[in-house]
Design a protein around this ligand. Structure first.
Ligand SMILES: CC(C)(COP(=O)(O)OP(=O)(O)OC[C@H]1O[C@@H](n2cnc3c(N)ncnc32)[C@H](O)[C@@H]1OP(=O)(O)O)[C@@H](O)C(=O)NCCC(=O)NCCS
Length: 293
């Protein structure tokens, strides 16, 4: 059957893309439904309204491509439709022009890697990469906080300003704003009960961990996590992640995943997650192409 390509036309399409991502999810997929929601809404549309294309067959999405211009591609192709990899890469060539184009599949994605090589991409041997980690939700330790700090889920809009302030201090400089985070909170599958913060004795939110829960696969994606600099190395991220992981398990989750950097240039997040019992199971590879399509 021939798939029909069309351009993204609004939030209903993001949901249809998430359905593909959920349907084909496995530890060998680089995307979780939460990556799509966070990637689309963490910035306001003026910053993040990048071109997206969908390929549909029989009324359902069988591939999508998202060009984070100028030159990064994220994509998902139904493994049952590998011929669409060529269409996706041709679309990206057209959108990105002849500048540097980068695609980062997981090492296990042999069909994607073969398509990239066919289209003139070269594997970069050095540089930063991400290492997906996973852990089951059995046997979670209890969170332990220093005296005076408390952990709790956000209560919705009333906590929005403090929630965003904590994120911005942890990720300084950050382009996440109150407006963009409001859109995150409205996106599927955001749940306030999985958006945890640590409150300092003076009421400031000083650490946070949000989990995107896919109740189809029962896998939760941790994204994002942060502690404001003046409160680091007190165990706050460890505690807030554990509190959120307990909530994930209570919501029905069976496994959690997270993708910290795997290279030694930015090791702290990986150490944090391994200290929580996560273990790496894959890594991203960086394929680059330059010049005319
Ligand atoms: C990474 C980050 C979340 C850690 O927060 P934190 O509250 O300081 O972390 P914790 O105190 O709970 O530390 C837990 C463990 O993580 C590891 N860790 C945390 N910070 C570390 C650092 N700077 N260097 C090395 N290991 C570190 C350690 O194993 C630590 O255990 P230990 O203190 O017993 O050695 C924080 O530095 C941050 O917000 N960074 C910017 C945002 C970010 O990178 N988020 C994660 C993205 S995946």
């Amino acid at each position: 059957m021939t798939a029909i390509m069309r351009c993204y036309a609004g939030p209903a399409d993001l949901r249809a893309m998430q359905e593909l991502t959920r349907r084909v999810w496995s530890p060998a997929s680089p995307q979780h439904v939460g990556d799509l929601a966070w990637g689309r809404f963490m910035y306001t549309p003026e910053i993040a309204d990048w071109p997206i294309a969908l390929w549909e067959d029989g009324g359902r999405v069988v591939a999508w491509a998202w060009a984070n211009l100028p030159g990064d591609l994220r994509m998902e192709v139904d493994p049952a439709r590998p011929e669409l990899l060529d269409a996706v890469l041709a679309w990206f060539d057209e959108r990105a022009g002849d500048g540097v184009r980068t695609v980062c599949p997981l090492d296990d994605q042999a069909d994607v890697r073969a398509a990239l090589t066919r289209h003139g991409y070269e594997l970069q041997r050095d540089g930063p990469y991400f290492a997906p980690h996973a852990r089951s939700l059995l046997g979670l330790p209890a969170p332990v906080l220093p005296e005076g700090y408390t952990a709790r889920p956000v209560r919705g809009a009333e906590d929005l300003d403090r929630r965003v302030a904590a994120h911005r201090k942890a990720w300084n400089p950050s382009r996440v704003t109150t407006e963009s985070y409001r859109a995150v909170m409205a996106a599927w599958p955001y749940r306030p009960g999985l958006d945890w913060v640590v409150e300092a004795p003076d009421g400031e939110f000083v650490a946070n961990c949000h989990i995107w829960y896919d109740d189809g696969t029962r896998v939760g994606l941790i994204e994002p996590v942060g502690t404001v600099p003046s409160h680091r190395r007190r165990g706050l991220s460890r505690a807030v992640c554990l509190a959120a992981l307990h909530a994930l398990r209570d919501a029905g989750g069976g496994m959690a995943v997270v993708s910290p950097r795997g290279d030694e240039a930015y090791p702290a997040p990986g150490r944090l997650y391994r200290s929580l019992g996560f273990r790496p199971y894959a890594r991203t590879l960086t394929y680059v192409k330059e010049g005319s399509p």
